[in-house]
Design a protein around this ligand. Structure first.
Ligand code: NDP
Length: 246
């Protein structure tokens, strides 16, 4: 119960890696507010399951690309619970294609969701974290931001951007007892990976030294570690969780 009494916000928490993060935080005693965008039914189902099991979870709608909406949601969380201890910027999308053929709409959609979404949420939580003189922000990057992947210039730019964002924001707020870190998952079994055509997925598998796709919980456990007191001297880092690829 490392997070008893803590309030945690997870963006994109209804499914995939986000769902694993929400579930583990709730199991460890946190009050977890998690956001959904399209997956309303799945989100409400998860909220009900966790609450039925005696945990504390609340689903709410947020579009991370809509900065005023992000501020309204975060303000309502802090009004309701009086604090916010951990923010996990997890929401993310892909819209793949070679740059030669990539429309500006695809570029903007991916960068606005993955990178600007983290800007909007982090900016919205900072006043309360500064007031508390404590807080943790964790950004979900990707090994794509380290390696580059053909057909994903938008996604790789956004995820590499998050690594720089993490380092820079960490330096701005470390002295205020706010820790900012990131995780960079490799290939993890979620709908995002399922969207990749099977022959390409098989190629991915072939380059994983530990010979298997990762599970969402294996990323979530690292996020809980980074959010915990065990990581109290870790600032500005990106931890790779990829079965050995990078
Ligand atoms: P999924 O596609 O399973 O889930 C994506 C999540 O992002 C959903 O919860 C979705 O919410 C949310 N989301 C999308 N657009 C918005 C938006 N505009 N506003 C708010 N929420 C939004 O992906 P994963 O679980 O696999 O990915 C989670 C994170 O992990 C992402 O940042 C991804 O880039 C990263 N990652 C994933 C890897 C993988 O192999 N799976 C590898 C490396 C990084 P909803 O369903 O409600 O619309």
């Amino acid at each position: 119960m490392r997070f008893e009494g803590k309030v945690v916000c997870v963006t994109g928490g209804a499914r995939g890696i986000g769902k694993a993060i929400v579930t583990l935080f709730a199991k460890e005693g946190a009050t977890v507010v998690f956001t959904y965008h399209d997956s309303k039914d799945t989100a409400l189902q998860l909220e009900a399951e966790l609450c039925r099991a005696g945990m504390r979870a609340q689903a709410c709608h947020m579009d991370v690309t809509d900065t005023p909406n992000v501020k309204i949601v975060i303000d309502s969380v802090t009004d309701t619970y009086g604090r916010l201890d951990v923010l996990v910027n997890n929401a993310g999308v892909t819209q793949d294609g070679f740059l030669m053929f990539m429309g500006e709409d695809s570029w903007d959609h991916v960068v606005d969701t993955n990178l600007k979404g983290a800007y909007a949420n982090s900016k919205a939580v900072l006043p309360v974290m500064l007031g508390q003189k404590a807080g943790v922000i964790i950004n979900v990057s990707s090994i794509a931001g380290f390696m580059g992947t053909a057909g994903q210039t938008n996604y790789c730019a956004s995820k590499a951007g998050l690594i720089g964002f993490t380092k820079a924001l960490s330096k701005e707020v470390a002295a205020k007892n706010i820790r900012v870190n990131a995780v960079a998952p490799g290939y993890i079994q979620t709908e995002m990976l399922n969207k990749v055509p099977e022959p390409i997925r098989n190629k991915f598998k072939a380059i994983i030294p530990c010979s298997r796709i990762g599970q969402p919980e294996e990323v979530a456990r690292v996020i809980l570690f980074l959010a915990s007191e065990d990581a109290s001297y870790i600032h500005g880092q990106t931890i790779i969780v990829d079965g050995g690829i990078v």
